[in-house]
Write a protein that binds this ligand. Structure first.
Ligand code: HEC
Length: 125
């Protein structure tokens, strides 16, 4: 019985730590995708806007609130919260989610690439 408990504990710990590693790998992968596809227009440094607003702390924040960035009227009126599901939809097809917004980006079509980018953005508080 005692051995059984130890076995279960080890299995649970193993599962938890391997998931942690997976999430880290995914964030790294997301960083590479971010650099390739978003970094022409965005940084993840607070206050550093380029063609697009800084995406520091974007996950969970409200749309069009990054200081010092001139958002389109469409984005100002969108009233979105950038939770993971909304971000996922937006980067799939920005103009479908916020018609008339000025992010000229065709969209990331692969769900696993979007998930990786969002995981990366979550690490960029
Ligand atoms: C060609 C430049 C460009 C590329 C590439 C681009 N963006 Fe954008 N992004 C913008 C612009 C410009 C805006 C502001 C839109 C507006 O005001 O209508 C924006 C807005 C956003 C917003 C909303 C920010 C807010 O504060 O409401 C998010 C989130 C976002 N982009 C994420 C991404 C991600 C993630 C990628 C890569 C997968 C990406 N963008 C690629 C230019 C770009």
């Amino acid at each position: 019985m005692r051995n059984f408990h130890i076995g279960v504990t080890v299995a649970v710990l193993w599962a938890a730590s391997s998931q942690g590693v997976l999430a880290q790998d995914q964030a790294k992968e997301g960083e590479a995708i971010f650099k390739r596809t978003c970094a022409v227009c965005h940084t993840t440094e607070p206050g550093k806007n380029k063609i697009g607003p800084s995406l520091a702390g974007i996950v969970g924040s409200k749309s069009a609130e990054v200081p010092g960035f001139s958002f389109s009227d469409a984005m100002k009126k969108a009233g979105l919260t950038w939770d993971e599901a909304t971000l996922d939809k937006y980067i799939t097809d920005p103009k479908a989610v916020v018609p008339g917004n000025k992010m000229i980006f065709a969209g990331l079509k692969k769900p696993e690439e979007r998930a990786a980018v969002i995981d990366y953005l979550k690490t960029q508080g």
